[in-house]
Design a protein around this ligand. Structure first.
Ligand code: AG3
Length: 276
């Protein structure tokens, strides 16, 4: 019996997560990235893209609930939702829990991530069966350029901003997001660790401030990501993202009305973080 470990490859983080692995269930290379599915005795199946763990069966709900329910409850009536990335279906599953949502468009550049999720992660990919869903395998950066005031909420669930995902954190992209949102729309994107990727967090926040009148940030601890407080950045046209606009009734494991408020850093601390 030998011990096999997977060492994560996040070029920005100063430390590495090391996962004991009982099986490599899938290993492949798409046009865009390396895709791997590992079996970990503790985390269950883990989806790995270009050497970085994206989600695991044990804790995926934390990331996906916070990515979806914070912006959706910050909006009074989210009917049209766009997800860029998110090919595993986790954010989509949470978005669809809101009966207000009439249409959810998911644009993931990599069809193979969706196929792998359908094969190995049925509890996330179940979302693709919902009739409100439209899946497009296109470049989200290009797709959004043709959208004009179409969406109430836009969620960017991308890989780390290196390589092809980098453009999804630029000021140019946020201008397209702004135009694609309706007059009271809200944007949320995953923006890395407050501790290990602070330069990225500051860069993204600065760019958002150039485009949106209301900019904020909340955090969640995602045990599978090396980085303690994981940030989710918000750009909003009208609504204060800190306040839920509807009674919170969604079936969730961790998200609740209290957790919505708790996820946001006190404003004084937020200012301090940004100014360095
Ligand atoms: N997308 C963001 C994963 C970022 C992980 N980065 C890291 N650990 N350095 C997750 C996709 C889940 N739907």
């Amino acid at each position: 019996m030998v011990d096999v470990f997977f060492i994560e490859r996040d070029p920005y983080a100063p430390i590495r997560h090391v996962y004991p692995v009982s099986q490599v269930l899938y290993q492949g290379k798409s046009q865009f990235q390396e895709i791997m599915v590992l079996e970990s005795p503790f985390f269950g199946k883990v989806l790995v893209l270009d050497g970085v763990a994206q989600c695991d069966e044990r804790f995926e709900y934390i990331y996906h609930e916070f990515m979806a329910h914070v912006p959706l409850y910050a909006h009074p009536n989210p009917q049209d939702v766009l997800i860029i990335g998110g090919g595993d279906g986790g954010v989509l599953r949470e978005v669809l829990k809101h009966p207000e949502v009439k249409r959810a468009v998911l644009v993931d550049i990599d069809k193979e991530v969706i196929e792998v999720s359908k094969r190995f992660f049925p509890t996330m990919s179940v979302a693709f069966q919902d009739p409100r869903v439209l899946v497009l395998n296109e470049d989200g950066y290009k797709y959004i350029q043709d959208c004009e005031k179409e969406f109430d909420v836009i969620i960017v669930d991308s890989t780390d901003p290196v390589g092809f995902a980098h453009v999804l954190t630029t000021e140019e992209f946020f201008r397209y997001v702004y135009n694609a949102l309706k007059d009271d729309g809200i944007y949320v994107g995953q923006t890395e660790s407050l501790h290990y990727h602070i330069e990225i967090v500051r860069r993204v926040q600065k760019s958002l401030h150039k485009v949106f009148p209301i900019v904020d940030m909340y955090t969640a601890v995602i045990p599978g990501y090396a980085g303690y407080w994981w940030t989710m950045s918000v750009g909003s046209k009208v609504h204060d993202p800190r306040e839920p606009k509807r009674p919170v009734s969604v079936q969730a494991k961790l998200y609740s009305e209290d957790m919505h408020r708790y996820a946001f850093l006190p404003k004084s601390f937020y200012q301090k973080v940004l100014s360095g």
